[in-house]
Write a protein that binds this ligand. Structure first.
Ligand code: MG
Length: 281
């Protein structure tokens, strides 16, 4: 089975590189970051990152990078008997806003929907390693382009984003399309359904562990979208936060457990049938 397509390695300060992607072939084994810009002390400009992949060397968030193939997925799943049901379509009692207050997300007919400006919604309980099932639907009424179309996200450990986006015939940078580990890993295929149709994520996550401010275990993701493998035991090599047009974020120390979060990115995203099984590492 295909292993990780993209692994961004630790930042090595080799010097400034600018310009477009090149066609330099990647090493056969583990693709790695080849260079990052050194930042003079006090400068706040984003680091420019390049990654070597099986398709060549690319900048982070490079729209010219080859997108994964588009396929047609099958049917969705129901919860197993030992799952903890986080949202069954009827109430948000297990959820809050990011400050612990009542979320302004709304419940409609069996689903919750994000409200522009309401901010992220998150579980009151915190989790480390887990199996997470989420169903989502991007807006049926298609508006916007690229990252502005049906953008949301599922965050594990309150930190690492599995991108949610309307990536049905909607071009964007592949490391930010639906099912990407944002900025870090392109999905193996584009298994998206049409806007407005319900889709599933089944995420197997092994959490990050930090000690004395340094990471001692990197987080890993295996993800099925609509029953199709889209991330195959991918190890994150840093954070997934937005840091600029072609920049990426380093690891930030976080607690061993964090909330499951759903992102408000200004588009009315729908979620339903969310359940979790905690995993012992
Ligand atoms: Mg997002």
């Amino acid at each position: 089975m295909t292993r990780v397509l993209l692994i961004v390695a630790s930042v090595s300060l080799v010097g400034l590189i600018t310009g477009c992607a090149t066609e330099k072939p990647a090493p056969a084994a583990k693709p790695q970051v080849q260079a990052a810009q050194a930042q003079p002390a006090g400068e706040q400009k984003p680091v420019i990152e390049y990654v070597d992949t099986p398709t060549g060397r690319w900048m982070v968030h490079d729209e010219n990078r080859p997108a994964p193939p588009v396929i047609t997925p099958g049917a969705r799943r129901a919860a197993p008997s030992d799952a903890d049901i986080l949202f069954d379509g009827t109430d948000l009692s297990k959820w809050s806003d990011t400050k612990g207050g009542e979320s302004k997300w709304v419940i409609r007919e069996g689903y919750m929907e994000s409200v522009k400006g309401a901010g992220y919604i998150q579980t009151k309980a915190k989790y480390a390693s887990c199996q997470l099932h989420v169903e989502f639907a991007t807006p049926e009424k298609v508006e916007g382009t690229g990252q502005g179309r049906g953008n949301s996200g599922v965050f594990l450990q309150g930190e690492y984003e599995v991108q949610v986006l309307d990536s049905y015939e909607n071009k964007t940078y592949p490391d930010g399309q639906c099912a990407a580990l944002y900025g870090r890993a392109v999905p193996l295929v584009n298994a998206c359904r049409k806007p407005g149709e319900w889709q599933t994520y089944d995420i197997i996550f092994h959490s990050a562990i930090f000690k004395d401010g340094k990471i001692v275990r990197k987080p890993t993701f295996t993800i099925l979208q609509n029953g199709v493998l889209v991330q195959d035991h991918v190890t994150l090599e840093g954070g997934t936060q937005w840091r600029g047009a072609h920049a990426i974020s380093p690891f930030q120390p976080i607690p061993d457990k964090g909330s499951i979060q759903l992102q408000d990115h200004g588009n009315p995203e729908r979620y339903r049938n969310i359940w979790i099984r905690e995993l012992k590492d």
